[in-house]
Ligand binder design. Sequence first.
Ligand code: GTP
Ligand code: ZN
Length: 385
Amino acid sequence: MFQADGAEAQAEAAEPAEEACPELVPIETKRGAEEDGEGSSGPGAKIPVTIITGYLGAGKTTLLNYILTEQHSKRIAVILNEFGEGSAVEKALAVSQDGELYEEWLELRNGCLCCSVKDNGLRAIENLMQKKGKFDYILLETTGLADPGAVASMFWVDAELGSDIYLDGIVSVVDSKYGLKHLTEERADGAVNEATRQVALADLIILNKTDLALEEDLNRLRMTIRSINGLGRILETQRSRVDLRAVLDLHAFDALSGISLQNKMLRVATAQPHLDHSIVTVTFEVPGNAQEESLNVFIQNLLWEKTVRSKAGQCMEVIRLKGLVSLRDKPHQVIVQGVHELYDLEETPVSWASNSARTNRLVFIGRNLDKEVLQQLFATTVLEA
Ligand SMILES: Nc1nc2c(ncn2[C@@H]2O[C@H](COP(=O)(O)OP(=O)(O)OP(=O)(O)O)[C@@H](O)[C@H]2O)c(=O)[nH]1
Ligand SMILES: [Zn+2]
């Protein structure tokens, strides 16, 4: 895992006072504690976390409820991260066990879990992890205005947590009727709006409330979303009723996604931006072997130093990065994963076939991205001579 030097210091500096830490306090349990350690999540098993994001009212909670009532093989812990009224915000933790549903009411003394209080969010999950053995999946609903990148980074950075849980995927629920409006809203400060960020980072995009949208509007929304994120899967739903196999166990951030990524990348087309300065997906392929050191420099210039510019002189901003590259001494394909300023290189279980040429395929989602510049920079600075 690589992160820019400043990132950790920033997080520390932002650490709020101890008493501000939200704690998950069980108020009522319907099941006893004697079940500790039972089930498929034995000691040492890592627990996947799926981040469910989406604009206000898009259908996130509806999706959570659907998953909890629909699925029968997993015991799922849910963290609802919503702003509530009053000082003490009640949060529900529902665990579906043996096909049954039971709930613990948890009090979160501080309102927001993720965006403003990153470290507190981690602690809330650490507290939840003390109940390890009682569940084998975590679903985290972010507030409608959250940047899922910040939440995702939280799971990537913390090494201690990293040993217990892993980020499985980011799901973004989009309102079919108002989605296009949310995506095209311009922010006064020129920053990328939240709705677009949520789509850009998603591994799965659920177009919900299709019952409320006209077919014509739905088509435009679909095209806009595809041009923003050329890699994520898009599904359409009513009442967030989606095939759970498309939502859970995506392994979108680890080496296991190497196989599916290979197929997906073949289908990514570089889209025409639908607006000036809008977020797009660009992809390129360069055959040969990459040099690891130079690859790191290439990525760091792009994500950390932000010195890579488009032909028009604009600074390229990468929100999400995925790739499969070839390093000479590695018999397996190496996966590149990036979210904001964090990135990671990891060997996949997929080996290079002896009868086919080695190659490097990269996909970038972000702003001011210039495919030609990126591809040429890669070919001239990263590739082995
Ligand atoms: N017509 C229609 N309504 C839906 C659909 N899915 C959800 N709703 C309704 O939309 C409203 C918002 O749904 P929620 O699931 O609470 O949305 P959310 O994203 O969790 O909302 P916030 O947490 O407030 O951001 C609820 O009244 C749902 O019943 C759908 O497919 N069609
Ligand atoms: Zn909700």
